[in-house]
Design a protein around this ligand. Sequence first.
Ligand code: FES
Length: 437
Amino acid sequence: MRLIDADIRALVEADRVHRKVYVDEEIFQLEMQRVWKRAWVFVGHESQVKEAGSFISTTIGTEPVVMVRDKSNEIHVIYNRCGHKGAKVTNKPCGKTPMFRCPYHGWSYNLDGTLNVTPHKVGYEDTGFDKSDTRFHMGKVARVENYRGFVFASQIKEGVNLEEFLGDAKATIDNVLDRAPTGQIEIVGQALLYMHDCNWKMFIENLNDGVHPMVTHASVGDACRKLLGQLPEGASPPPEAEIVFPFGSSYEFFDDMGVSVMPYGHSYMGGQSSIHQDYSDVEGYRDKMVARHGEEKTQQVLAQNRHNTTIYPSFTIKDAIQAIRVARPIAVNKTLVETWHFRLIGAPDALLHRTITYSRLINSPASMVGPDDWNCYARMQEALKSSSNDWVDLHRYLGREEIREGDVTRARGTSDLSMRNQYQAWLTYMASGNCDE
Ligand code: FES
């Protein structure tokens, strides 16, 4: 069946979405064409390609791409597809190379994706083959922009620029950089990978779902409370407790955090308060911050606490924890979630250690929190095959948004506002015109 725009529009209403958006293969394929091609999708951080020839391979939607730095220091995002018969040119997740060479017939490519050499050239003479024709290159992704080191790409030639797309979400990235005593950050190591048996939207929606922690993660809060209750008088709690315990916070706490949404489907929870607000000081860090910013600005920078700024459709970043998570859709019911860690250059190593500990405790497949969420996503993915009820509910605090500041709308933290906002963006991408489908 070929979906028309009216079919797509019928899937989203103000207070509910149709179950097909999570389980229908045709919808998933259309999302890859219309959402993941049109949006600005996070590709990587410039610190992952520090030197000429450094590259990472990744995906935009389901399309394999390479991000690479060339000899003149320019960063390119090119399709990881040979211009000859379409083989994936590199299988390495990262590396350094003077050029790319296809393993099948040996076509080689410059670092900007242009075709360099075709072996046994004589066979192409007088055939009309022209190696400058871009059809024979590793093609360039239509638009690549870099916001303060974060590289995003869009596969369509026209549309809003990256800064306009990011809007108020830029303030989260700015805050992460402000938290570095040198103003610089770098990705450390490789990603923590967690394969999820669910549609990509379930993971993205959950990031600002402020009503699930007190149920889904109840056992985590209970275990922490029990542990703290058993500590000998005057003993300090283990440092892991301050990371894990807030996941058992009350409905009221999450309500007070609030949720803020902006155009293009982006959102975050908190702002002034969050589940990360009470982390203990790291020795020596504040002095370095004051040396850079002065007392007043240091206070402002460290007081900003946005929990999971979600840059729709693929990317989420925290400011108090220097980690990002990136959704890579694999299939309608499979999503790879990558967690990457940043070093705040110039800050004590203890901050990086805390971020990695956070991932171990919260985001890893062997953690105390991530599998709680994974279990619920997998259950939804399975049960939404049922035709007993075609709709997924989004009523919570509908029509009771509280504050509008410019492009930002705010509501209580347990509102479904962020999900309703995501589906308005989804409709804008999905129900308007062709995108090479
Ligand atoms: Fe790459 Fe033939 S498929 S050189």
